[in-house]
Design a protein around this ligand. Structure first.
Ligand SMILES: Cc1cc2nc3c(=O)[nH]c(=O)nc-3n(C[C@H](O)[C@H](O)[C@H](O)COP(=O)(O)OP(=O)(O)OC[C@H]3O[C@@H](n4cnc5c(N)ncnc54)[C@H](O)[C@@H]3O)c2cc1C
Length: 554
């Protein structure tokens, strides 16, 4: 078998064999041999011609007749002369046969069979490649999972439902907050610290929210039943917890790094679905908040253009003194605040904010129990009293204290209602300076020993009609007496050290509906503008208060 195989498969031949090429080469070489033989015998030219005739060789041999006339001793030793055609053909130049130029060539691939060891090696290699894929499969899957995760994260990041806001609060959209502290103040009052989710970002500065220029609230949403309720944020955060009492140590928010937090105090009503849900939430539970909603804007006052009143501090000694405001500017407004229970929160928001109101506040707070208000709030309120900003009167039901007419002040006119008040205030200030100057001049004249002549006294009496000029400078300008304000003396009470406190020109009432009705009559808010058209009644009406100087916060 092997021999036959070897014979049939000439292994010594080049694998790519071109038959035409070889036969041509053989043909060419046989001609060369003939040519060489003939060239050795120059006389055999004619015989060679016969050799290349188309007749078979045997017939040529039969016809062969040697030339006996030749002088060659052995005539058989010579060859007949080469045929002229053949000779011409032999004269043609030898050319190299190039199989590539032969378009009709047929090629055959020869694949030697693999030896058993080679087959085995190939098998091993194939298995190895397969097993490498198998071992790499988990890594590939992990890689695919990472890429998928990355794209999913990227998609979620771009997801419009995802919280990408850098605002602390938005009044057109609910933003996510976390409950970062919850403390039970008493049976039905809870302190809750709320922190903006994604606090790593920088948010809209607090100054714009707690600015002492408005009373504002937030809306918290209950996602399951889709209802919202308002609550009053305080500019406080929990700085630590007492290990003994477990009471939080509250600090006022003053610096930007504390942004993203505030505190609310919630009263839990047994019949109140929302307050029960809110006070049942756990630490790090998420709530959706929208705001701020301005409940009342403090009207503009020219003193707003001057330095802010310093914020309170957890230490009395740390509170900066009030700036000295120019006397020719109208004095700040003073107001009453009547609050019940958590209705005190709007007042505390104003008092604890940076830039608290510059006027004086008469605060009457009704509580069911002493425990309703945290001691830390009472301490801060006491500090505010010591700074001459507020006077607190707490009326506690369990001590049989009630709000009675004796706690109701009479209203006064506001210090600033427009530009005319500015001019009046300037005029009053000049008059004050003038009176001071008159006293000085009188003292000089009388102190000099001489008695003043009637003309001199007249001159002094008429000073108020003329400007006081010294070295060409108008020290005290001429006063227009017609602008003398009627309530002028009251405007300077604030600077007197007497017992009288500045009179309020405005009153806030905040609490349950029956409390508000008792003090000021029933509010009427059923209109599109949300304005209070309810007639003023109750204790405030009796003292001369009207709709124009009352704000009922319900
Ligand atoms: C601007 C604004 C700010 C507010 N700030 C705070 C705050 O800082 N802290 C706080 O706890 N609440 C605050 N509230 C009240 C709060 O929005 C809810 O009305 C209160 O939590 C009760 O909701 P509820 O769903 O649990 O009770 P509801 O189901 O509305 O009422 C349940 C029962 O509780 C009584 N009730 C409801 N509200 C009062 C109330 N204020 N006084 C007495 N009885 C009431 C109802 O008459 C009823 O009998 C504020 C409200 C407004 C409008």
């Amino acid at each position: 078998m092997i021999c036959r195989h070897v014979l049939r498969q000439p292994m010594y031949l080049p694998s790519r064999l071109t038959i035409r090429s070889n036969s041509a080469r053989l043909f060419s070489s046989s001609f060369k041999v003939l040519n060489k033989k003939n060239s050795d015998k120059p006389d055999g030219k004619g015989k060679n011609k016969e050799l290349i005739t188309k007749q078979p060789l045997n017939s040529d041999l039969e016809k062969f007749s040697p030339d006996l006339s030749s002088k060659v001793s052995k005539p058989t030793g010579g060859l007949p002369a080469i045929d002229a055609k053949l000779s011409d053909l032999m004269q043609e130049p030898n050319f190299q046969y190039d199989p590539k130029n032969n378009k009709l060539e047929t090629s055959y691939e020869f694949h030697a069979p693999k030896s058993p060891s080679q087959t085995k090696n190939d098998q091993i290699k194939e298995n190895h490649n397969k097993s490498r894929f198998k071992t790499m499969l988990p890594s590939l899957l992990v890689g695919v999972a990472i890429v998928w995760g990355f794209f999913t994260y990227d998609y979620l990041r771009e997801n419009p439902n995802k919280d990408t806001d850098t605002e602390l609060l938005r009044d057109d959209k609910f933003l996510s907050y976390l409950i970062t502290f919850k403390h039970k103040i008493d049976d039905d009052h809870y302190l809750i610290e709320l922190t903006r989710k994604n606090k790593g970002r920088s948010f809209t500065p607090y100054g714009k929210l707690f600015d002492g220029k408005k009373l504002w609230s937030i809306e918290i949403m209950q996602p399951d039943i889709n209802i919202v309720r308002n609550y009053t944020p305080l500019p406080l955060y929990v700085a630590g917890v007492s290990p003994d009492t477990k009471e939080p140590h509250l600090k006022l928010i003053t610096k930007s790094e504390e942004e993203g937090k505030f505190v609310i105090v919630v009263k839990r009503y047994n019949t109140g679905e929302f307050s029960r849900w809110l006070t049942n939430l756990n630490l790090l539970d998420e709530v959706k908040i929208r705001g701020p909603h301005t409940e009342h804007k403090i009207p503009f006052h020219p003193l707003d253009k001057y330095q802010d009143r310093p914020q309170l501090s957890s230490l009395l000694s740390n509170i900066e003194p009030d700036p000295i405001y120019p006397e020719e500017i109208p004095k700040p407004e003073s107001f009453n605040f009547y609050g019940a229970g958590t209705g005190v929160m709007p007042l505390l928001q104003l008092l604890y904010s940076p830039n608290p109101p510059k006027g004086f506040i008469h605060a009457f707070i009704s509580l069911e129990k002493e425990s309703n208000l945290m001691d830390q709030f009472k301490t801060l309120n006491y500090f505010a009293e010591k700074c001459g900003r507020v006077k607190f009167t707490y009326l506690v039901s369990e001590n049989n204290e009630r709000l009675t007419p004796e706690y109701i002040n009479k209203p006064t006119l506001p210090n600033f209602t427009g530009i005319l008040d500015m001019k009046v205030s300037e005029a009053a200030h000049r008059e004050k300076l003038l009176a001071q100057k008159k006293r000085e001049i009188k003292n000089q004249i009388q102190g000099g020993g001489g008695t003043s002549s009637p003309s001199q006294v007249d001159e002094i009496d008429h000073l108020s009609q003329k400007p006081v000029i010294y070295n060409g400078l108008e020290l005290i300008p001429k006063i227009q007496v017609s602008m003398k304000p009627d309530a002028k003396p009251k405007r300077f009470f604030f600077f007197n050290k007497g017992d009288d406190l500045p009179q309020p020109s405005f009153t806030f009432i905040c609490g349950p509906e029956n409390y508000i009705s008792y003090i000021s009559g029933k509010p009427q808010l059923n209109n599109l503008e949300g304005k209070d058209y309810g007639e003023i009644g109750g204790l405030l009406k009796d003292k001369g208060w009207g709709l124009y100087n009352i704000k009922r916060l319900l």
